[in-house]
Write a protein of this length. Structure first.
Lengths: 235, 402
C-alpha cells in the first residue's frame, strides 16, 4: 500500500540553513496493516504523515501509494488521490462549525467525481453508530462523537488508507478506547490504517510500531516485540 | 457534477455565517441603494427640467433680459434701460421675428377681504398666451385694448385663486393688488412647481402698461421673449438684436452690453451642464460609497479567511483543488454582494419614489437604475471577491491544518 524509498525532507529556513525533518526513511506498509508511527514531538512523525498523506512532497526519495508512483504528482493530482485513496482523521477533529454531522461527512463527496452521492454520508455515519445524530452540529456532540463524525467523513469515499494523526489526543480515556476499537474493527474488515501518535499505550493497540527519532526510523517492530522492549525499558 | 455541488455548499456556508454575511450585504446594499436613488431621482429631475424648459423655451425662442452679465438673474428694474419700444424696434428691424411679448414683474400682496397672498405679478402684453404657450383655462385673457387702456384686469393662477377665494368663483370678483383695485377676468392653466421650487401658479398676470403705471411706477421692462420663424437663424439674429439694442442704448465700442440675449444654444448648454451633474457627478458620489462598501465586504471576507484556515486546510485534505477553494470564496463574496445589491436596488428605488412624491417629480422608470445597480454590484462583487479568494486558494494544505 505504502512504499517509501530513501525519503528525505529538508526544510529551508529564511536564514538559509537547512533543517532535516526526515532522513533516509524507507518504509513499506502492506494492505490491511494497522501501523502506529510513534516518536517525540520534533521527531519528524508529522512530516512523515504529511508525506504519506500527499499533503507535502519529499525533497528526496520516491513514494508509491497503492501501486502508483506519486512522487512527481502535481497539486491537483495529489488532491484527487487524497480524495479517492486517503481518509484523514485529525487530533482537533477539524469538523466545520455550524454544520451538521451529515454535511460534514458529505464534504469529501463534494470534491469527488461520483455521479451520485446521496445516502453515502448517512451510511458512513451509521457505520460509526451515529445514525441518530445526523442533524447535530459539532457543538452539540461530545468529543468522542465528534471524532466518530470525523471517522465517518474519512470513510465516506471508501479510501484504501486511513491516516490518523493523534486521533485520541483530545479525548478522555473512555472516548479514546471507543475510537481505538472502531479502528480495530475497521482494520479487521481489511482497511489499512496508519496512526501517528506519541502515546505508547495507544500504539500498543495496533499491530506494528514504527519509531522515529530525529527524522530517522530507529525501530520497526510488531506489537509483540514492542511489548518485550517496553518491559525491558521499564526495568 | 462537481460544480453544482460546490455552489450549493457555498450557499450553505453563507447561511451558516449569518452575521458576517449580513454585514457584507449591508456594504453593497448601502452603496447600491445610494446609486439607485441618485439615478432614479436624477432621471426624474431631468425630465422635470426638460419639461419646464421645453414649455417656456423651445428652439425657436430668444429671450432678452434687461441688464448685462448673468444669463439668468442679474440686475433688473430701475438700473436697467430695456423698454417695450426697444423690443418693438428689434421686431421691426431684425427679420424673422414671428411674435414677442414684453414682461415686467414685481412681487406684491394680493388681497380680497381679509385674505392675503404674496404673489408674483407679471405685467404682460396681449400676446402673452401665444408667446408663453399658457392660456386662461377659465374666463378670458385680456386683449390689446385692455393693454392700451392700462385696464385694471387680472388673470390669476390656481394658487392665488385658492388662497383668496377658496370655493368661491373668482371670475368677475374684485381684488386688490398692492393698493390698486383689479377685476379678475380669468384663471390660468396650472403649471405646478418649477425646478427651483417656485410655484408657477402663485402668479397674477396683468397688462404690462397697468403694472408700469399703477403698481411699479417704472417704464422699463425686465425681459422680453421673442418667437422666431427659423431656429437655425437664432445665433445670427442674436447678433443683429444686440446691434439694434446697442445702437438704441448708445453704447460705444468697449462698453459692455446692458442687456443679455439667451438663445436655445445657451439653454441647451445649461441643460447639458445640469445633466452632467445629475448623471456623472452624483452617480460618482454614489459609486464612491459603493466602492467603500466593496472594500468593507472584501476585508470582512479576508479576515474571515483567518478564522477559516482550518476549514480551508480540511477541504484541501479531503480533495479540494485550490481552484475549488477559489471558486467557493469568490462565490461567497460575489453572491453576498450581489444579493445585497438587489436589496439595495429595491431600497434605493423605494426611497426615490418617496422623495419624488414629495418633490412632485412623478414616478421613476426603474429600469435604468436597476440595470446599472445589477451591473455595478456584480462588478464590485467580483472585484471584492477575487482577492480573498486568491488568498484562500494559495494556502498550503499542510500549513492550513496545523
Amino acid at each position: 500500500m505504502i512504499e517509501l524509498q530513501k525519503v528525505a525532507k529538508i526544510y529551508r529556513r529564511p536564514a538559509n540553513d537547512e533543517v532535516p525533518a526526515l532522513v533516509d526513511v524507507s518504509l513499506h506498509i502492506g494492505r490491511g496493516e494497522f501501523v502506529a508511527i510513534v516518536g517525540e514531538s520534533g521527531s519528524g512523525k508529522s512530516t512523515l504523515m504529511n508525506i504519506i498523506g500527499l499533503l507535502d512532497v519529499p525533497t528526496q526519495g520516491r513514494y508509491r501509494l497503492a501501486g502508483v508512483d506519486v512522487t512527481e504528482f502535481n497539486p491537483n493530482d495529489q488532491a484527487n488521490m487524497r480524495n479517492r485513496k486517503i481518509g484523514f482523521i485529525f487530533q482537533a477533529f477539524h469538523l466545520l462549525p455550524r454544520t451538521t454531522a451529515l454535511e460534514n461527512v458529505e464534504l469529501p463527496l463534494l470534491y469527488s467525481n461520483r455521479k451520485s452521492i446521496s445516502g453515502l454520508a448517512r451510511k458512513a455515519l451509521e457505520a460509526v453508530h451515529l445514525a441518530d445524530r445526523l442533524q447535530h452540529r459539532p457543538s452539540e456532540l461530545s468529543g468522542g462523537q465528534q471524532q466518530r463524525v470525523a471517522i465517518a467523513r474519512a470513510l465516506v469515499n471508501e479510501p484504501d488508507l486511513l491516516l490518523a494523526d493523534e486521533p485520541t489526543g483530545n479525548l478522555d480515556r473512555r472516548s479514546a478506547m471507543e475510537i481505538i476499537s472502531i479502528f480495530q474493527s475497521l482494520n479487521r474488515d481489511g482497511r489499512t490504517i496508519v496512526l501517528v501518535t506519541h502515546d505508547q499505550e495507544v500504539a500498543r493497540y495496533t499491530s506494528r510500531i514504527v519509531r522515529l527519532e530525529h527524522g530517522r526510523i530507529v525501530a520497526d517492530e510488531t506489537v509483540e516485540e514492542s511489548k518485550v522492549a517496553f518491559a525491558q525499558e521499564a526495568q | 457534477m462537481k460544480i453544482p455541488r460546490l455552489i450549493r455548499n457555498s450557499f450553505l456556508m453563507m447561511g451558516r455565517y449569518k452575521l458576517r454575511t449580513s454585514f457584507m450585504m449591508l456594504g453593497s446594499l448601502v452603496g447600491i441603494a445610494a446609486l439607485t436613488f441618485v439615478l432614479s431621482v436624477g432621471q426624474l429631475a431631468q425630465q422635470k427640467i426638460l419639461e419646464m424648459v421645453g414649455r417656456v423655451f423651445s428652439d425657436s425662442t430668444i429671450v432678452i433680459h434687461a441688464g448685462g452679465g448673468m444669463m439668468m438673474g442679474g440686475p433688473r428694474g430701475a438700473a436697467t434701460r430695456l423698454t417695450a419700444d426697444d423690443i418693438q424696434a428689434v421686431a421691426k428691424e431684425v427679420p424673422g421675428v414671428a411674435d414677442w411679448d414684453t414682461q415686467q414683474s414685481v412681487t406684491l400682496p394680493v388681497r380680497r377681504g381679509d385674505a392675503t397672498d404674496n404673489a408674483q405679478i407679471l405685467g404682460e402684453s396681449e400676446r402673452w398666451q401665444r408667446v408663453w404657450n399658457r392660456t386662461a383655462t377659465r374666463g378670458d385673457y385680456f386683449d390689446e385694448t385692455a393693454v392700451r387702456a392700462s385696464a385694471r384686469v387680472a388673470v390669476i393662477g390656481e394658487t392665488v385663486a385658492q388662497e383668496l377665494f377658496g370655493n368661491d368663483d373668482p371670475i368677475g370678483a374684485d381684488i386688490q393688488i398692492g393698493s390698486a383695485p383689479f377685476k379678475v377676468i380669468g384663471i390660468l392653466e396650472p403649471w405646478g412647481t418649477d425646478p427651483h421650487g417656485m410655484d408657477e401658479d402663485n402668479v397674477v398676470v396683468v397688462p404690462v402698461t397697468t403694472l408700469m403705471r399703477r403698481l411699479s411706477n417704472l417704464d422699463k421692462i425686465g425681459m422680453a421673449k421673442l418667437l422666431i420663424n427659423d431656429p437655425g437663424q437664432a445665433e445670427q439674429m442674436k447678433v443683429q438684436i444686440a446691434e439694434v439694442l446697442r445702437q438704441r442704448h448708445a453704447l460705444s465700442t468697449g462698453q459692455p452690453d446692458d442687456f443679455s440675449i439667451l438663445t436655445a444654444t445657451e439653454v441647451h448648454r445649461v441643460i447639458g451642464e445640469i445633466q452632467r451633474v445629475i448623471f456623472l457627478y452624483l452617480p460618482l458620489v454614489a459609486a464612491v460609497s459603493l466602492v467603500v462598501g466593496g472594500i468593507v465586504s472584501a476585508s470582512l471576507m479576508l479576515s474571515s479567511i483567518n478564522d477559516r484556515i482550518g476549514e480551508i486546510g480540511l477541504r484541501r485534505a479531503v480533495g479540494a483543488h485550490s481552484a475549488d477553494i477559489r471558486l467557493q470564496f469568490l462565490l461567497e463574496t460575489a453572491t453576498t454582494i450581489v444579493v445585497g445589491g438587489l436589496v439595495g436596488i429595491a431600497v434605493g428605488y423605494a426611497v426615490a419614489e418617496i422623495a419624488a412624491n414629495r418633490m412632485h417629480l412623478g414616478t421613476a422608470n426603474p429600469w435604468l437604475a436597476t440595470a446599472l445597480g445589477i451591473a455595478a454590484s456584480s462588478v464590485v462583487g467580483l472585484l471584492a471577491g477575487v482577492f480573498p479568494a486568491i488568498r484562500a486558494a494559495r494556502l498550503e494544505p499542510a500549513e492550513a491544518l496545523r
